[in-house]
Design a protein around this ligand. Sequence first.
Ligand code: AMP
Ligand code: MG
Length: 408
Amino acid sequence: MIPVKDAEALILSLVEPLTDKEVLPLEAVHGRILAEPITSALDFPYWDNSAMDGYAVRFTDVKEATPENPIILEIIEEIPAGNAPHKLIKTGQAARIFTGAMMPEGADTVIMQENTEKQENIVKILQAPEKVGSFVRCQGDYYKAENPLLSSGICLNAPEIAVLATAQCLRVPVYRRPQGVIFSTGNELISPDGSLQPGQIIDSNQYALGAFIAQQGAIPLKMGIIPDDPSLLRTTIQRSVQQGDFVLSTGGVSVGDYDYIEGILEELGAHIALRSVAIKPGKPLTVAKFPNGCLYFGIPGNPVSALVTCWRFIKPALKKLSGWAGDPTPQWLNAQLQQPLTSGGQRETYFWGRLQIVAEDYQFFLAKGSQNSANLINLAQINALAVMPVGQTHLDTGERVKALFIDR
Ligand code: AMP
Ligand code: MG
């Protein structure tokens, strides 16, 4: 049994990020990981343009303007956004200009319309601009062409997609999505559409894990329910390892007579890196790597153990596998407990509940009902896990606790 932190590091050390790429249209890359650095041939802004509705002027013409002594300029052109200016602004002249419109040659400054007074084809400038270039967004101010624009390994969300669109990058290189094979093991399991007989249990794990995998941006491939039969398990594991970048199976990794997974992994030549972790729930986590690179996670069968394992260990592993270049380890925050917590103190203990922001502080509300790893009912609507470290057995209401969001 190894500490949680060591298990996390060991699992991450087994993960080799995917390098296979695909090129997708801009419309299809939301949530994907960029696989190559992007540069643009365009400056941004593309050209000098106005940040205000007002008048494009020469600074030296208007630098002395005051409400008492306005400067009068001749309006020689009107430049709406989208139109190229045609005329040169000479001393004593101005162009009517609108937000986003291209600056005319000769002008270097924009006077906002609120500080002007228009009379037919002349404009009175009632206030001097602060400096040369006031209210002008200059070409290349935000980005100079051919410089690095986006680096590879970032996740593409709305802001990055806006940048790609502006750079006219319509075909985007991204890493392919990892494929994860899932199956449930246990003679007691039936699928949710079965008729429940005494002693049986409905397989919820396969559905929960399928949703979890999809939420991580990977592709779930479900293999169904496999009975506790060594030869069926062996063929299922062999097939899964050929099809997936990683495999998640639940059940059969404990010390019971029907727990065959570990033995079969060894038989099939996998390197078993981890057999159990000092965590509650989720102790009998088995992690192995096959010679073809496929990672195998033998997850305990209890529904809460299975999901806590996914959130604590498999989520960081999938982040690294995806090609994402950030730190895959969980982002902890510090929350105030709204209920007391107790644990045995032998293993790092995870409690499930809700984090809420109250008065700009995080508060952790323990899920109501039993914190038992077989109680999947009170998992509904949780958004966080709180952690009690090894050696600690009690925390009171009002004390601070380390917590993490599970859905981010
Ligand atoms: P195991 O890890 O195989 O010893 O299973 C531990 C507990 O989790 C047993 O009570 C199982 O019935 C339950 N369990 C195992 N697999 C599933 C599953 N796929 N869905 C829901 N419960 C399960
Ligand atoms: Mg079992």
